[in-house]
Write a protein that binds this ligand. Structure first.
Ligand SMILES: [Zn+2]
Length: 225
């Protein structure tokens, strides 16, 4: 926000809520970087100022303004995501099927170039526009968590979400993950085929004899006689 825009808002808010005192202006100047971190604009702040009523504490003013600005940010992000989804509706993304997220192999489940048990997966942001929106949302949620942490507030967002990595970054580190996935899928299919063929054999050819049990019984009989 430009200096004159900030001065404009301070005077607007000051007149509206009778906060034109020098100490109030100085206090509001401390709010500026907080609003700027959320990319608040002049019009947006004026609308947020108008939305305050029945609040007589300065703390309530700051919290209400912040809540307003952040609600608008969130709505904007949702709109952007929806727009990106609409734009891609015609050509669905082959990587993420328009979810914006791609399920990849968790690095902890990689051993000697193979995807090993317990076959953990991880999620990364796709290369497409929906993926870009997901990445922005992840960064915003993490920034909000940091804000809450530094202001000593309770975390609305619970635990801090892990930073989302992009598919490009992931592939730079694990370029052969897809081959690992294909290899694992082939093994899974082989296992499935083996199981169902064996089940079929049981069903069509009946139980096996148990020669070991027969031998043991014969020995017992001999010992007993
Ligand atoms: Zn995608």
């Amino acid at each position: 926000m430009k200096d004159e825009e900030w001065a404009d808002w301070v005077s607007y808010h000051g007149k509206l809520h009778r906060m034109s005192d020098k100490s109030d202006v100085e206090m509001m100047d401390l709010w500026r970087p907080v609003f700027e971190a959320d990319h608040a604009g002049l019009q947006e702040l004026k609308i947020a100022s108008m939305a305050i009523s029945g609040k007589t504490w300065r703390t309530e003013h700051l919290e209400t303004l912040l809540a307003n600005v952040r609600a608008r940010r969130l709505a904007e992000q949702q709109r952007a995501e929806e727009a990106a989804r609409m734009a891609q509706r015609e050509i669905p993304c082959v990587e993420c099927h328009n979810s914006g997220l791609v399920e990849v192999i968790h690095p902890q489940s990689m051993k000697d170039g193979r995807w090993v048990w317990p076959h953990y997966t991880a999620v990364v942001a796709c290369r497409c526009s929906i993926g870009a929106v997901k990445l922005t949302q992840n960064q915003a949620t993490r920034a909000q968590w940091d804000d809450e942490e530094s202001s000593g507030k309770k975390h609305k967002t619970g635990r801090k979400v892990a930073a989302l990595v992009t598919l490009d970054e992931y592939e730079k580190n694990f370029p052969t993950w897809k081959a690992m996935q294909i290899d694992r899928e082939a093994k899974r299919l082989a296992e499935q085929t083996a199981r169902s063929a064996t089940k079929h054999a049981d069903k069509t050819r009946g139980k096996l004899a148990d020669p070991v049990k027969q031998i043991i019984e014969r020995i017992k009989q001999r010992q007993g006689s």
